[in-house]
Design a protein around this ligand. Structure first.
Ligand code: FBP
Length: 262
């Protein structure tokens, strides 16, 4: 497992990844109402906020925009992805290598696995050389662990999310990003299941400030190591304001109520 002492990805042993791979995963419809954010510079600027310990983007955004931000942003290179247009069995092909990402100056690697899909065995096999190359380059690796497929009846149930968290540890990730399993107790189970692996909360679709901050507080309370959040930050009219509030909740054990009272 990666040694995070001195890593820029953690502050007070916690992490906040701003995720911005949605242009690939979901397409431009996600930018409705915030069309200016179709320009990735807008989101790279958000990632210069002190609360953000890494920005997760795919190859094209990293190649084109990261060189202008390398002094102010830590790059989490998201190596695989698939579009919303694909209607077959879920699978996420790799479109750049750890070596290429390391050459661009990446500080960490990100990779999606869909446990439970028909091609699970392919995805596990694909992950092996990525994980080993990340070790060779001394880069931590974050696994987006999103169970789906015909066999997974409820992809947010307690047992499924605990299993998703455990798979990060089993496959050699350092962080495992999971969706919220609908209750604080279920999230606590996921954290316990992951042992020393760092569980990150996946942000989900945009909610109110209060709902989102209370969710984050609950997760931090049960030992989550931080979050990897996209829409709940960059779809907001004022992303800086929510990052200002997230900062003490994620890194300083503040409550949602405290930061909302201002
Ligand atoms: P959000 O915080 O916006 O939910 O982003 C997290 C994320 O994992 C993104 O990195 C990714 O693009 C998206 O969710 C994938 O969601 P799904 O697999 O449900 O389409």
């Amino acid at each position: 497992m990666y040694d995070f002492t001195d890593s820029p990805l953690v502050r007070n042993d916690k992490t906040l990844v701003l995720a911005h791979d949605h242009g690939l995963e979901h397409g431009p419809k996600q930018f409705s109402g915030v069309e200016e954010r179709l320009d990735p510079r807008e989101v790279f600027e958000m990632a210069t906020h002190d609360a953000v310990t890494a920005l997760a983007v795919g190859k094209g955004l990293a190649e084109t925009y990261y060189p202008s931000y390398e002094d102010d942003v830590n790059l989490l290179a998201k190596l695989n992805g698939s579009s919303d247009l694909w209607m077959g069995d879920p699978y996420s092909p790799q479109n750049w290598s750890v070596e290429y990402a390391a050459d661009l100056g990446a500080d960490a690697i990100g990779y999606t696995i869909y446990p439970g899909v028909n091609r699970e065995t392919d995805m596990f096999e694909d992950f092996r050389p990525v994980q080993e190359a990340a070790r060779d380059h001394d880069l931590p690796i974050a696994m987006w662990s999103y169970p789906r497929g015909q066999a997974v009846k409820s992809h947010r149930s307690e047992s499924v999310i605990a299993y998703a968290a455990r798979l990060g540890l089993e496959l050699g990730a350092d962080f495992t990003k999971v969706k919220y399993p609908r209750s604080k107790a279920a999230m606590a189970h996921a954290v316990r299941s992951a042992a020393d692996n760092r569980v990150l909360l996946s942000g989900g679709s945009k909610t109110s400030d209060r709902d989102f901050l209370e969710l984050v507080e609950d997760c931090m309370d049960v030992g989550v190591s931080g979050l990897a959040v996209g829409r709940n930050v960059w779809q907001r009219e004022d992303p800086e304001a929510i990052l200002d509030k997230l900062d003490p909740v994620v890194f300083e054990e503040a409550t949602a109520e405290e930061v909302l009272e201002g």
